[in-house]
Design a protein around this ligand. Structure first.
Ligand SMILES: [Zn+2]
Length: 224
């Protein structure tokens, strides 16, 4: 039995265990049984993702510090940030809504960006510590609960409705939130977890020496 380490994966669709061959830049590997793409080579992924994650962190800070919009009605002016809006909802008794917004529009994106930055920075200086493995799982969970774009949709709907009764001035925060949505999407798609995992496995004392069971095969590679 051949002993294998980092390159054995199970197909997400049909569970077939297979060995990922060395991929050419931009090439992909497909499951030989069901044709599902099991790996894609993304050259320079870690560097590109680090740049995008730093930009996302800056956009996130601006989104949360600067006012989203200002209102002026009959000589009175008001403006609010995301945190200010959450606090006002809490005060007005909408506690569940306030908690949901804080969780999905502030805490989850903050964790997603923070976890990814911690992973990327620790991978730059091998050996990568073991907690990177746990963070790789957590960043996926945080990413699936991060819903800045849903909040943005709600804000745009309220902007259109409020425009009929008051003068609405979009704030810096709303443009930063738009940028944040794009950066989060780019950051997630440019990140290559397979490369990150391979660097974590590198440094384990013994390494997971798993043998490919009989029935395991090599994934088929196809260049793009
Ligand atoms: Zn398959």
């Amino acid at each position: 039995m051949a002993s294998l380490s980092a390159d054995v994966v199970a197909c997400p669709d049909c569970d077939l265990l297979q060995r990922i061959p060395a991929l050419s830049p931009g090439g992909s590997a497909y499951c030989p049984r069901c044709g599902r793409k099991v790996a894609t080579s993304k050259p320079g992924s870690l560097e590109r993702t680090t740049a995008l994650a730093v930009a996302a962190a800056i956009a996130f800070l601006i989104t949360n510090v600067e006012p989203l919009m200002g209102l002026s009605l009959a000589g009175r002016e008001a403006s609010t940030t995301i945190a200010g809006g959450v606090w006002q909802m809490w005060e007005q008794g909408e506690k569940i809504t306030a908690l949901l917004i804080a969780l999905f529009a502030v805490i989850a994106p903050a964790l997603q960006i923070g976890f990814l930055l911690a992973i990327l920075l620790s991978l730059r200086r091998p050996p990568a510590p073991r907690w990177v493995g746990a963070l790789l799982r957590w960043v996926e969970i945080a990413g699936s609960w991060s819903m800045v774009e849903v909040m943005m949709l709600g804000i745009l709907v309220s902007l259109v409705k409020l425009a009929a009764i008051a003068r609405v001035v979009p704030g810096v925060g709303i443009f930063a939130a738009g940028g944040l949505i794009l950066l989060l999407a780019a950051m997630s798609s440019s990140f290559d977890p397979r490369e990150a995992w391979s660097r974590v496995r590198w440094v384990k004392d013994e390494g997971p020496q798993r043998a490919l069971p009989s029935g395991g095969v090599d994934a088929a590679e196809a260049g793009r």
